[in-house]
Design a binder for this molecule. Structure first.
Ligand SMILES: [Zn+2]
Ligand SMILES: [Zn+2]
Length: 150
């Protein structure tokens, strides 16, 4: 079960995202700040489209491209990550090593904590040095399991 981040952690993340945007030379427009706030506290690995839809009430006319470019800039700086999964790019504010659980039915992607004492795996390829191992668990999420039973 993914853990809810403490409010302090989310605040800290928002501050560091904002600082990162500034360092990257991007102007801190109200739209960009809202995008940062939206991603920092989000554990659902949203797509640019999803963040766009959430912000549309506050910023009518905000472009998906604006959201995507801001998220890409944060990714380049290294404060968030882009997940390589099927479908549109998803963004992850958690840059610590962790695993993911993906629901085959609804596509939900949740964080799974990586144990720091998990054994580092043997090298999978000759000459390949393993820095970290990130797994993807595929299955059916709790909500979809309940829906199936209902
Ligand atoms: Zn599901
Ligand atoms: Zn994640």
């Amino acid at each position: 079960m993914a853990q809810r981040p403490a409010t302090a952690t989310v605040e800290h993340k928002r501050a560091s995202f904002t600082a990162a945007l500034r360092e990257a030379g991007l102007r801190l427009t109200p739209q960009r700040l809202a995008i940062v706030q939206c991603l920092a506290g989000d554990e659902t690995h949203p797509t640019a489209q999803e963040i766009h839809d959430r912000l549309q009430a506050r910023f009518p006319g905000i472009a998906v491209a604006t959201v995507y470019n801001t998220l890409s800039a944060l990714t380049r700086i290294g404060v968030c990550r882009q997940l390589d999964m099927e479908g549109p790019a998803r963004f992850d504010p958690n840059v610590a090593t962790h695993h993911h659980a993906v629901c085959d039915r609804c596509g939900a992607v949740r964080d799974v904590r990586a144990d720091s004492d998990e054994p580092v795996e043997r090298t999978p390829l000759p000459g390949f040095r393993v820095n970290r191992v990130e797994k993807t668990y595929r299955g059916t999420c709790g909500q979809c399991s309940r829906d199936a039973r209902a």
